[in-house]
Design a protein around this ligand. Structure first.
Ligand code: SAH
Length: 398
């Protein structure tokens, strides 16, 4: 028999609870009578004593239990972990066999692959793990061993960001788990564009793979006029546009000097001389551009995550509104706006509502011509709406 402690759902919250959502918040649970250790396996029970699922307890996190197993007969053991990894990798293999091989691919996408808190990106011969939940820590060695055996990468690197570490009660980490680190920057090709970045000092896992297909699609909408790429990081949208869409000039803006330095290297690698780089805060800088009377044929907005909790939704929407208002004011008539949100709390309908408000304010019609999400290697868990974090809307602005 299973001796894992049981934790009970609060009867007042039971009505709104989707038992298949991998996150169970602190306020939805009855405090356990005896303390439960961080990282311990628990059984989640309904107020009436029915078994809901099996997960991992974390008293330091607002996500008190992360659920991983809804089949009572199966344990959270090494076989379970390996089976989840195999399923995740198989999905990418199947897609790539049928469509196109990518040297850079997300192999595990957290909730979308039933492994809440684990991201694994492959960049050629290297793997980067990003851990966003303490619950994953006990599995790290199993995960590293499995990938080492199956894929024989040259190196496996793990990253835990400071903010996430704090929220989850774990230590921030940048550590080599297996093999060696590359001696220089990683180079990859995406949509025919060459890109370099540093595995260790880059943002998140180093490069944003979720926008791969959207960069290509956005590029196909860019015509000959000037383009503005806001929050450009390594220049992904700008480079794809220069390769596939031929904008006359591109102005790329980011607040990170380090990212811009690498973006300039990437432009040179591809012999693109039409891109100008500006280090600035996008909110203020776009308002300055509006005041100066500059106009663009295409504007890409790809800001960082603005809402990490439900309480931040209002302020996030105000920030998106401010940025999109400036972008619309910078667009020539019938210009293209590519506007993105990577906040899991902001739903697609919220983005549409925000754009409707910008449309009224500017008295310009906005048509969404493509409503895009993250690429194939970022599956969404239908029971976890937050896992549809990336929204990318291509709009024609009258
Ligand atoms: N468009 C990029 C990814 C953008 S990620 C791509 O295609 O890969 C978000 C970027 O926004 C990061 O590079 C970050 O440095 C930048 N950023 C964060 N806050 C910002 C701000 N206030 N103003 C300008 N850039 C900002």
């Amino acid at each position: 028999m299973n001796a894992a402690p049981q934790i009970f759902f609060d009867s007042k919250k039971a009505r709104d609870f989707n038992g298949f959502h991998p996150w169970v918040r602190d306020h939805a649970l009855i405090e356990p009578a005896a303390p439960i250790a961080s990282g311990e396996v628990v059984e989640l029970m309904s107020p009436g004593g029915g078994w809901i699922g099996r997960g991992i307890y974390n008293p330091s996190s607002r996500i008190r239990v992360r659920l991983y197993q809804w089949n009572r007969a199966q344990q959270l053991d090494v076989q379970w972990c390996e089976a989840q990894l195999a399923r995740a990798v198989q999905l990418r293999e199947t897609w790539m066999q049928r469509h196109q091989r990518h040297e850079a691919v997300r192999l595990v996408n957290s909730e979308g692959d039933g492994l809440s808190g684990l991201i694994v990106d492959r960049f050629g011969e290297y793997l980067v793990l990003q851990v966003t939940a303490l619950a994953i820590l006990p599995w790290l060695e199993t995960i590293a061993d499995w990938f080492q055996t199956r894929l024989s990468p040259r190196g496996i690197f793990v990253r835990i960001e400071g903010k996430t570490a704090h929220q989850e009660g774990m230590e921030a980490r940048d550590e080599l788990l297996r093999g060696t680190l590359p001696t220089g920057p990683i180079e990859l090709t995406e949509n025919g564009v060459k890109l370099q970045f540093d595995l260790v000092s880059g943002q998140k896992t180093g490069y944003y793979l979720d926008q791969r297909e959207n960069r290509r699609r956005a590029a196909n909408w860019t015509s000959g006029g000037p383009m503005l790429d806001v929050c450009s990081y390594l220049g992904g949208f700008a480079l794809a546009a220069c390769h596939l869409g031929r904008p006359s000039t591109v102005l790329a803006v980011d607040s990170s000097a380090r990212a811009l330095e690498q973006a300039k290297v990437n432009a040179t690698l591809n012999d693109f001389s039409q891109i100008e780089y500006v280090q600035a805060d996008c909110f203020d800088y776009l308002e300055e551009l509006v005041a100066s009377g500059r106009k663009f044929q295409t504007v890409v907005l790809d800001p960082p995550r603005m809402a990490s909790s439900r309480g931040q939704l209002g302020s996030a929407l105000r920030a998106y509104h401010r940025l999109n208002l400036s972008a619309v004011n910078l667009l020539e008539p019938d210009g293209t706006l590519i506007t993105c949100s990577c906040s899991g709390r902001v739903m697609r309908s919220d983005m549409l509502g925000m754009l409707a408000s910008v449309s009224k304010r500017t008295r310009r019609s906005i048509q969404v011509v493509e409503s895009l999400g993250a690429d194939f290697d970022h599956p969404i868990d239908v029971n976890c709406p937050e896992s549809e974090y990336l929204k990318c809307l291509v709009c024609r602005v009258a």
